[in-house]
Design a protein around this ligand. Sequence first.
Ligand code: SF4
Length: 305
Amino acid sequence: MKISNFNVYLTGLIHKKSFKKQFIFAKSELKDNGLKDPLNEEIFKKASGLIHRYNDRVVLTVTNKCFAYCRFCFRKNNWQEFDGFDLEATLSYLKANKQIREILISGGDPFTLADRGLEKIIATLRGLETIEIIRIGTRVLTSNPKRISIDTVKMIKRYTPIWIAAHINHPDEITKEFELASGLLIDNGIPIVSQTVLLKGINDDHRVLKELFCRLVKLRIKPYYLFGCDQAKGNEHFRVPIQKALDIMSKLRGKISGLCMPVYAFDLPNGGGKVVIESQNILERKKNVYRIKNFEGGEFEYRDV
Ligand code: SF4
């Protein structure tokens, strides 16, 4: 990714070490044998853009465009291969599967769409009685916060409850603009939770994470997930060993309140789904290969760094 490909906001911050490593290509990306589709989303596709992995919720990917293009994105295969989304087919599927009560609008970044396009999607989904919760997964607050205008907030507010799941990895990403945009959303009744990817050399330090999570809570944002970096192609140099992650979590637990604590989780390969990593989920370890129990009681092999 050339610096010139970033939006103005991100270009202004890219000189910082914590940003550079996340967004600028590194040669080490070429050296690993990571997976093209680490979550195996392809097998859970029910229509263009619609992924149904868990019983009561689905993901709808509405764009391959992003403000950030993180080098460790688990959907980086989508940057080139996205085949669009089908709102009509999504609607039919949701009507036929009434147990689905939650939908995550994702991408890419849904806020790369204009408000009118985003509203069409939200309004269509909100029209279904069975859909209780809409979530928007986004990096907009850290990579283009000025995109969140008063008009955007008013539009979202019309379809409440809508939750924002904000991707943020380092305290440096909490800027004045971040504070203004997140404050505008929260003041208007739009709650925000955070999702952080644990990244080697960027935030794999309990002091950095402590600062991040405490500052988020001060801004009324609940730290939700600390994710292990997915085994996507080119991600190996970002991955943090499970044991180190567990050590970081236990150091944090002794230092910050439960409100500031996210849960540590990652996605198992071969479609095993998301698993919260606690010692009882780890069945066996042989060198760097773990046998892990998922939420359905299935056993999956996970290759650590
Ligand atoms: S913000 Fe999310 S969708 Fe965009 S590149 Fe980063 S990980 Fe991928």
